[in-house]
Design a protein around this ligand. Structure first.
Ligand SMILES: [Zn+2]
Length: 303
């Protein structure tokens, strides 16, 4: 039996890969953030019988060339050769996939992108991430970087009248003005603060917008304009058939519809149907994607 894991900053979700390819979730435990021994023991206690493989979806960057993870919010994994260290500590074969890639793969193989050629799955949550799947195959790119559209300071927040007043926000990657810093849920909150001097959560802002609050409406207008501009470059470059969305903001389908409309208005191809939509696996893409990677990596075990 293969065990699949979805490892995030707060929780480790775990489940068993079934014969039909789906993953049945068995539960979740708190992520031991700073303690490597406790982390190994948490994984060990959730895994199926000794020696069987495990497949992990990790909320952070993972470089397959070096085997080193870049996960600032899980200090015991950060800059560690996680793959080899885990295999040694657990005595099991391990495969690790970035969570955005796992979500994109789940959507392309079994979800909203099933049967489509180019699927670009994106995460709009506390950060911005993404994964590219072409003809059912995950495109990893150089050093596993493909799909990471959230970083790179490409937006000019001073451009355009309605966008004046939006600051050059610092990004966790060390640059200033990244898509991640502006178009994540935290970015939405920063824009609201910059434009109106109001501190509110992304959920409070979208709820106020739904109640026709004028200030929230102008924040959402600026946010969706900036995000759709960033997305339009991606769409023109990749030509996706569908962009399934995961992450906290994907729960607001009215917001997704607005971003979808603004994006389709400015891309070169004419999309007659929605391009951006809430992913079928928006809630459990990590586990389902880890299951698909396990099926591909450990065929003899998955059969
Ligand atoms: Zn950045």
């Amino acid at each position: 039996m293969i065990t699949c894991f979805d490892i995030g900053g707060s929780f480790i979700r775990h489940g068993t890969l079934r014969e039909d390819g789906s993953v049945i979730e068995n539960g979740r435990v708190a992520t031991p953030g700073a303690d490597w021994e406790a982390f190994v023991s948490a994984i060990h206690s959730c895994a199926e019988s000794a020696g069987t493989p495990i497949s992990i979806s990790l909320a952070g960057a993972f470089d397959e060339r070096s085997g080193i993870a870049d996960v600032a919010n899980i200090p015991c994994l950060h800059r560690r050769p996680v793959l080899s260290d885990l295999e040694r500590a657990l005595g099991r074969p391990v495969v690790i996939t970035n969570d955005a890639n796992a979500f994109a793969l789940a959507e392309a193989v079994d979800g909203s992108g099933r049967g489509r050629s180019v699927v670009f799955g994106i995460i709009l949550g506390s950060g911005v991430g993404g994964g590219l799947v072409i003809d059912g195959k995950l495109v990893k790119g150089f050093g596993g970087i493909a799909g990471e559209w959230g970083h790179g300071p490409v937006l000019d927040p001073t451009a355009g009248g309605q966008l004046k007043g939006i600051g050059h926000y610092a990004c966790g990657c060390g640059q200033i003005g990244c898509i991640d810093a502006i178009c994540s849920a935290r970015g939405l909150e920063r824009i609201h603060q910059s434009l109106h001097g109001i501190t509110a959560s992304s959920k409070e802002i979208t709820e106020a917008w739904h109640q026709a609050d004028v200030k929230a409406a102008s924040t959402i207008d600026a946010y969706s304009t900036l995000l759709s501009r960033a997305l339009s470059v991606l769409v023109n470059t990749l030509g996706p058939d569908v962009i399934p969305v995961s992450g906290g903001l994907s729960n607001d389908t009215t917001l997704l519809d607005l971003i979808d409309r603004k994006t389709r208005e400015i891309v070169l191809a004419k999309y007659d149907q929605a391009l951006l939509l809430k992913g079928h696996f928006a809630e459990n893409g990590g586990l389902q994607g880890a299951g698909i990677v396990a099926r591909m990596s450990f065929r003899e075990w998955a059969a």
